[in-house]
Design a protein around this ligand. Structure first.
Ligand code: SF4
Length: 89
């Protein structure tokens, strides 16, 4: 995991994203020019051993930015409302 302010979480050291540029996980947007980075970050998360822990943390924390546990902020907003995710574009 590349986000220093979450280093206290036990699962952080096992995050696949530690091997990548942190900016990839904070795309400028999840549409338009940022879409490619967001999709790439989500693909990395799909292979991550601590995806579940990461996503649970992001949902608990109400993390408003970045890709966490394979979800964008928009995905997490849907999840918090218990709504189905929109179809991938
Ligand atoms: S799920 Fe994604 S953001 Fe979370 S630790 Fe794994 S690679 Fe990093």
């Amino acid at each position: 995991m590349n986000r220093l302010y979450h280093e206290s979480e036990d699962w952080v050291a096992q995050g696949s994203c530690r091997q990548y540029d942190p900016e990839l996980f904070f795309p400028v947007s999840t549409t338009g020019p940022g879409l490619h980075d967001a999709e790439l970050a989500k693909a990395i998360c799909r292979g991550c051993a601590v995806r579940r822990e990461c996503l649970q943390w992001a949902l608990r924390a109400g993390e408003p930015h970045g890709v966490w546990g394979g979800t964008t902020p928009e995905d997490r907003r849907y999840m918090r409302r218990d709504l189905p995710l929109p179809a991938a574009s």
